[in-house]
Design a protein around this ligand. Structure first.
Ligand SMILES: C[S@@+](CC[C@H](N)C(=O)[O-])C[C@H]1O[C@@H](n2cnc3c(N)ncnc32)[C@H](O)[C@@H]1O
Length: 264
């Protein structure tokens, strides 16, 4: 297990006072235990790292959650200055067991800041607390679909404001309307997203905000969760994911991913 994943798991386990119930910290442990999930997050972070390649860039991880993506980015990019923000109140989260999310985040962020030197902050969803043109790169990992569509324009304007001209905006893991995994999870009453985006629909949102779409790819052909099951079948699921990706079945891939550029 990579050292940063071990630090995340140890911190979450130590600070989780409600181990027995399904809480925010328990959910982080649940996710990080899936080998396929951890593989995909490293793969995605390496795409961002290629663009940083040792430069002292300023990077914002937007909707950082536990901070896992920011932490992996930090370890791939020692010279980058990494900031991470999340909302005080995630309106997409309806489960009452998650009502303490922001205080639980503060607990773990405090520890992660000491080890990984990342500035974590909450914000009010109105204004992102940084001056104009601050960041070279912004990342949003599995975030866009958690924002109410009527608020998305305002938030994209804010993200654009704090991104430098020609800065890059990486949007990872936006669930697709055609994703078979979402349909199946919905039928089985497992966690699924309320908001799904069609391929053209999500592209048109970015184009409306005058982002150039530098690249767009689909990902995640097989289920990553629950890790307790997917880890057992990891040696089969891992190559199967690649096999299906290069087959016509890709039309049912779970996610869309984008590299966008602010051109003015
Ligand atoms: C599925 S989680 C992903 C968290 C993290 N990026 C990761 O990959 O582990 C979605 C995140 O979006 C955040 N979020 C929801 N609405 C938001 C908003 N308006 N502004 C910023 N973040 C938001 C949630 O609080 C949550 O942390």
């Amino acid at each position: 297990m990579k050292n940063e994943i071990k630090v995340i798991l140890d911190t979450v386990r130590t600070l989780n006072k409600k181990k027995e119930i399904w809480s925010y910290l328990t959910s982080i442990e649940y996710m990080v235990k899936s080998k396929l999930y951890v593989d995909s997050i490293y793969y995605d972070a390496s795409k961002v790292a290629q663009h940083i390649s040792g430069k002292s860039y300023k990077v914002l991880d937007f909707g950082t959650g536990s901070g896992i993506f920011a932490i992996i980015l930090r370890n791939l990019n020692k010279n980058a200055k990494i900031c991470a923000i999340d909302t005080y109140h995630d309106k997409s989260q309806k489960d009452p067991n998650f009502k303490d999310t922001s205080s639980e985040q503060k607990l773990i962020w405090n520890e992660f800041n000491k080890v990984f030197k990342i500035d974590f902050t909450h914000y009010d969803e109105l204004s992102i607390p940084f001056p104009d043109n601050t960041f070279d790169i912004i990342t949003a990992y599995a975030v866009i679909e958690h924002i109410e569509p009527r608020e998305l324009d305002k938030i994209l304007n804010e993200l654009k404001r704090v991104l430098k001209k020609d800065g890059l905006f990486f949007v990872f893991k936006t669930p697709r309307k055609l994703a078979y995994a979402e349909r199946l999870a919905g039928l089985m009453r497992l966690g699924c997203h309320d908001i799904l985006y069609g391929d053209l629909e999500v592209k048109s949102i970015f184009l409306k905000h005058h982002f150039d779409i530098l690249s767009n790819w689909k990902s995640n052909m097989v289920f990553e969760f629950p890790g307790i099951i997917t880890n057992l079948f990891y040696p089969i699921l891992k190559p199967l994911d690649s096999l299906l990706y290069y087959s016509p079945f890709r039309i049912f891939a779970h996610h869309n991913n984008f590299v966008l550029r602010k051109h003015f």
